[in-house]
Design a protein. Structure first.
Ligand SMILES: Nc1ncnc2c1ncn2[C@@H]1O[C@H](COP(=O)(O)OP(=O)(O)O)[C@@H](O)[C@H]1O
Ligand SMILES: Nc1ncnc2c1ncn2[C@@H]1O[C@H](COP(=O)(O)OP(=O)(O)O)[C@@H](O)[C@H]1O
Ligand SMILES: [Mg+2]
Ligand SMILES: [Mg+2]
Ligand SMILES: [Mg+2]
Ligand SMILES: [Mg+2]
Lengths: 331, 210, 331, 210
């Protein structure tokens, strides 16, 4: 395993301490927890925003803690949802009395742990509501199964909900903005390599030297198909087509685009991909309001990418444009 | 002596933990095949902590012991299996609230309550390739038998665990694999098998009258 | 080769187009060139700042084009210094009549090509001066050889010189600030894996499954030693010790720190490294003014990192803190 | 016919380019061993462009042809080798400015001027494991001989190129390797060998009187 680590079982704790050591002016660790919160939190009069999940997706989620986005991020073990007691710590750190919104990525573990935390928080008198992000069109949206996964589109939800909360909106208004972002964003990813959980010490799955996985999830869950490696242009076409097929974005819409790297894919490749994505979206009659290219929601050290497309209206444009001052996302 | 004492319950936990530690990599490999590769890591972390907690605490009632077991898993395992095992054991603990002794019928009721908690929390049904596929036949067997039958119990749990291999996952992370999930054991079912086989072994080895 | 590319010989052109497609509000391509310049450039009354070099180090250098940093970045082929005619295009795009400063990383090819461009620009009547960044302590600083290489510390030079230029300072003042940053910054890197130039199609060198290279350069040039993989703490010690051994930083100094990822190393690992780097620097009596953690100067898809330490005085602190609005570095 | 015509110079360029294209991967591999692995890519890109330019242009003088060759390399090769080959050929071109014909003495003078440009630009001396280690003995040989001796010329260039294998690099990227650079050919010396061996072959094959 080629990693810069000490004890593989302590990576999350050491990462948290390393983040506070680097960014103590922005972030604080809630004592004895795996929660990173805004230094100023709880912010008086503001709805609190809490997200999190398994670690290994950095800068998600602690990189989005700060003005205009989250109040607290709960860091689970690598690829493992944090436990209810930790999420509860996050909720308490974020709550200034105006209620707390949980932004959950749609995975069985995350949903269960965050819901249990919400129940515990309600017992302690905190008003908590939640939204579940499920932007990954690589997975069928069926009520019979667990439904679509939450991937990089989650970052747009943090941004939109964060801006709304910062404006002084109520919990239900913030939730409504987050729900709008969720229903307007669709994403899909692909991977060229596997990724290695430090404590596992070896790659999570095998993939051939000439293969790629279309529809890969951010924990290495497979998606649609294992194919031969395709060109950047072909990859762009596959992802964009599947995203637009979902029917959320139609000709004439304004959209924001995110080209997200999964960990080992150089910015150069993401920009090459963007060139084609940009062209395809324009061909479909969409007008691109803003494009974000970089690592926003990673899968440890996986090579690959995802594309997210968020349909905008006047409210969402305003919220997307309002200032955010976090490590991972600055407007 | 009749029924499971707190000492027996602690032995059950320790034996389960021993199996989990021994098979940590195996469980992780199973989860790498059809999940995200952390089940062994999660279970090993949580059960180690549970052993530490329970072995260093005096308990008046079995309900209290089971509750600490449950709460430790809940706060240390994480992922899907943490709240599931936590909820199941918490329900078990609650069903033991006013019981003096863990006799056969209260053990059966406790595990059934656990199963109900599992289903309520995870919304999986039998056949969905989750740990429910082990818990459910185990409860049916307990209810059919007049007294605890260690060999039969272990056999049922093992068969149930093995059957998950041919199932197509509907719930949990393996569901993303659809057809490709067939041919692999469900990791949570294997860890549940360790839980139940340990119970049978403790009952046998300790000569618990049930 | 596991890459998201089309024609491996066209990666730089496609990257440039993809960047302009994403960030047309910030960046423009100088027509028929591989130069990315500020949309507003040349900025009237301001000294122009031009940097660049081989591509493959993204976000260096185009990611640092913008208010408070560079005016133009010249993109060479991957790992290949751009040619004099391209650098000349960059100089012309940046020149508003107040002169242009070239920030060159110390490699034979870069120095020669940038110097030839400066000669051509002088012929065309542009006042040009240059600084050469040589922060890499893994290489001996001897006048007999080519001397130390320029690596991630270059980003600090961009920031300091950029802030100075933005303040309306003269060419010689901007040069002096850049020189001060150069003489105050030292860096060293290490790598766990090789990297793959797209047009070469295979990794640049071999490295064993349990080996790492201490003192690795950003083109895969070796440094000090090939050793067994060490822990994050040990790596931190080796890098920090060698950096401080150079004698630039002494107890009581205030410093800025950069923990830089080389391409495939997750943020998590960089933060784990930072935890120890932070502790070691404090132990040595240094006071850490600011820490930057992320990918600033990469080596395509190499796994590894570098640590840079910049000694600060009042002027440098002020320049470091003044606003910069670029894709890769925002204050 | 006496001296190198523009047609011969173009053939020289084309032959060199053919060798570079054929050995592109070899050159890149050499540079992967002790540099950054782009020398074959750089040279192939630049010489291809030079051939395109020169074959599509009519030149009055050899100086003009050499100048375009130089300028194309300068603007297409990049890295260290771009300005070096560019400068060398530019100096060659300049030394031909008022010459009617490329005879033996002007060829010798031109290549010597090229070497001087190389040294001025790159600051390398003989023995530093750079292309200077091929150019320098080639110039010495030309100056020693009364007339062009294709076999001896090729031999000298080849030997010089091979000698770089045992050198420790002092200049260029390979210098970072110090002792570890020993045992590998210098990529730029190999491409310089292609340049000079092509010259000898053109002179031989075309029966150029020199
Ligand atoms: N909805 C569910 N109901 C019951 N069991 C489930 C459900 N989802 C997952 N599981 C069980 O959890 C196991 C996976 O646990 P683990 O790997 O620790 O969590 P995660 O899937 O979050 O990584 C599966 O093998 C399965 O037995
Ligand atoms: N200072 C120098 N003087 C002469 N030749 C040099 C010098 N530095 C490098 N070279 C030559 O250039 C070759 C490398 O060229 P190339 O790989 O294209 O450029 P880069 O080193 O910038 O990647 C070396 O093999 C060597 O022959
Ligand atoms: Mg998990
Ligand atoms: Mg798992
Ligand atoms: Mg190069
Ligand atoms: Mg090279």
């Amino acid at each position: 395993m080629k990693k810069i680590v000490n004890d593989p079982n302590e990576v999350v704790q050491e990462m948290i301490l390393g983040m506070v050591a680097a960014h103590g002016d922005r972030l604080k660790q809630v004592p004895d927890s795996t929660v990173l919160a805004r230094v100023q939190s709880p912010v008086k009069g503001k709805v609190g925003l809490v997200s999190g999940g398994g670690s290994g997706h950095e800068p998600s989620h602690a990189g989005y803690v700060g003005k205009g986005m989250l109040d607290a991020a709960v860091c689970g073990s690598v690829f493992t949802s944090p436990t209810p007691d930790q999420v509860l710590e996050g909720i308490k750190a974020a709550d200034s009395g105006s209620g707390v919104l949980l932004i959950i990525k749609n995975y069985t573990g995350d949903v269960m742990n965050f819901e249990m935390a919400a129940e515990l928080a309600e017992i302690e008198g905190v008003t908590v509501d939640k939204v579940v992000v499920n932007d990954d069109v690589a997975v069928e949206d069926s009520t019979f199964t667990t439904g679509r996964r939450g991937i990089a589109g989650t970052v747009f939800v943090h941004k939109i909900a964060g801006a709304k909360a910062e404006s002084g909106a109520s919990l239900s208004e913030v939730k409504a903005a987050a729900e709008k972002a969720i229903s307007n964003v669709r994403s899909m990813g692909m991977a060229l390599t596997s990724c290695t959980i430090p404590a596992a010490g070896k790659p999570g799955f095998e993939i051939g030297e000439n293969e790629m996985e279309v529809g890969m999830g951010i924990h290495g869950e497979p998606g649609i198909a294992r194919t031969e490696i395709q060109s950047a242009d072909e990859i762009a076409s596959v992802l964009v087509e599947k995203i637009l097929d979902d029917g959320v974005h139609t000709s004439g819409d304004e959209v924001a685009v995110m080209i997200n790297g999964l960990g080992s894919t150089p910015l150069m490749e993401l920009y090459i991909l963007n060139l084609k994505v940009n062209g395809l979206l324009k061909e479909k009659g969409l007008s691109i309001y803003k494009t974000f290219v970089g690592e926003y929601m990673t899968a440890i050290d996986m090579a690959g990418c995802s594309v997210s497309v968020l349909k905008l209206d006047e409210e969402l444009k305003e919220l997307l444009d309002s200032p955010s001052d976090t490590l991972g996302f600055r407007i | 002596m009749m029924g499971l004492t707190n000492e027996h319950l602690a032995k059950w936990l320790e034996k389960t933990n021993a199996k989990i530690q021994e098979n940590k990599t195996f469980l992780t490999n199973l989860d790498q095949a059809i999940g995200d590769g952390d089940h062994g890591i999660n279970m090993s972390r949580g059960f180690d902590e549970a052993v530490k907690k329970i072995s260093s605490t005096e308990y008046k009632t079995s309900s209290d012991l089971l509750k600490d077991w449950a709460m430790t898993l809940l706060s240390k395992v994480g992922g899907a299996s943490g709240p599931l095992y936590g909820t199941a054991l918490l329900k078990f603990s609650m069903s033991m609230k006013d019981k003096e002794e863990v006799d056969y019928s209260s053990l059966t009721a406790g595990i059934e309550e656990g199963l109900n908690g599992l289903i309520q929390r995870g919304q999986a049904q039998e056949g969905h390739k989750t740990m429910v596929d082990v818990w459910s036949p185990v409860v049916t067997f307990l209810k059919e038998q007049p007294a605890f039958n260690p060999e039969g119990f272990k056999e049922i749990a093992k068969e149930a665990m093995e059957k998950t291999k041919d199932m197509k996952a509907i719930k949990g992370r393996a569901a993303y694999l659809k057809e490709r999930s067939i041919g692999h054991l469900d990791p949570g079912s294997v860890s549940s098998y360790y839980l139940f086989s340990s119970l049978a072994e403790v009952i046998e080895e300790e000569g618990v009258g049930l």
